[in-house]
Design a protein around this ligand. Structure first.
Ligand code: PLP
Length: 286
């Protein structure tokens, strides 16, 4: 049984419970982060801790934990649950004021709720899906206008995954005003020749921690990076496509809306970037 962290205590998962008045439950008033673990160490921890603070600030929510203590909790959960490869999920909500009200509770009297738990995923880095590549469909992006805040409002992304599954695909890329925003839980890229094209950062997409690292490594490897909008039709004609996220790292996309990209198998750039990302981020893991 897993040991989880809830509001300062390490407890068995079946003893961890949160109030029915918690605003995360009633209003999706919460933010989250997912940090991957490779070789028992945390990947990109600092980036995730910084983005967590940014999400909290954007929602005027108090951070109940210092980043030193947060690192300690991550490490302790990895140790207690003997995780070699996997993820740590972290969620902070505005807490449980004792009743339902649209008005934010007084932060002086309502403590935020903080929960962390591990997910063991042996073989995460050597995923067979990365060899095969994934299929995506396109769907309309009907999410709210602050997708840069990592909130727990994940119903539409979850519906998008179900639409993909129903269509025999692995994930969905979302389209707004004709342009691809991002995947349901990842950032989206196309490759043309030696050029990597991805949407620029704004309120329209999540500022992926993996995205930042991968674009930096790509530039260091003399690959050209262009941050601009692209359409789904442009994507279908690209040489390659891929996604990035903390839990998938870099994953090639081999089919969009039933149209195979190139030869319909992973190309040259995405597998190379995956290799570089895994190598460099494991070196920097803490
Ligand atoms: N975009 C969305 C909508 C996401 O949910 C995620 C991750 O959950 C990402 C992008 C990738 O972000 P990161 O690389 O920080 O995991």
């Amino acid at each position: 049984m897993r040991i989880v962290y809830l509001n300062g205590a390490y407890i068995p998962e079946n003893e961890a419970s949160v109030s029915i008045f918690d605003r995360g439950f009633l209003m999706a008033d919460g933010v989250y982060e997912v940090t991957s673990i490779l070789g028992g160490k945390l990947i990109d921890f600092e980036g995730h801790a910084l983005r967590l603070q940014r999400s909290l600030d954007a929602l005027d929510m108090r951070n109940p934990i210092t980043s030193e203590d947060l690192l300690e909790v991550h490490r302790e959960l990895v140790r207690l649950n003997e995780i070699d490869e996997g993820m740590i999920y972290l969620q902070i909500t505005r807490g449980a004021p004792g009743d339902r009200d649209f008005v934010f509770p007084d932060p002086e009297t309502t403590e935020p709720t903080i929960v962390l738990f591990t997910q063991s995923k042996p073989g995460l880095a050597n995923s067979p899906a990365a060899q095969k590549g994934m299929k995506v469909i396109s769907i309309e992006d009907i999410r709210w206008g602050r997708r840069d805040i990592k909130t727990v409002q994940l119903l539409y992304p979850s519906m998008g995954k179900m639409m993909a599954k129903k269509a025999g695909a692995d994930d969905a890329w979302m389209i707004e005003d004709g342009f691809v925003t991002e995947g349901t839980s990842n950032n989206a890229y196309i490759v043309k020749g030696n050029k990597i094209i991805t949407r620029a950062l704004s309120h329209d997409i999540l500022h992926g921690i993996t995205r930042a690292a991968v674009l930096r490594f790509a530039q260091e490897a003399q690959m050209e990076v262009e941050e601009r909008n692209f359409t789904i039709d442009e994507a279908k004609e690209a040489d390659e496509a891929f996604i990035t996220s903390a839990s998938t790292f870099v994953m090639p996309v081999v089919e969009i809306d039933g149209v195979p990209l190139g030869a319909g198998v992973p190309g040259r750039v995405a597998p190379r970037l995956r290799e570089i990302y895994l190598e460099e981020s494991m070196k920097a893991a803490i």
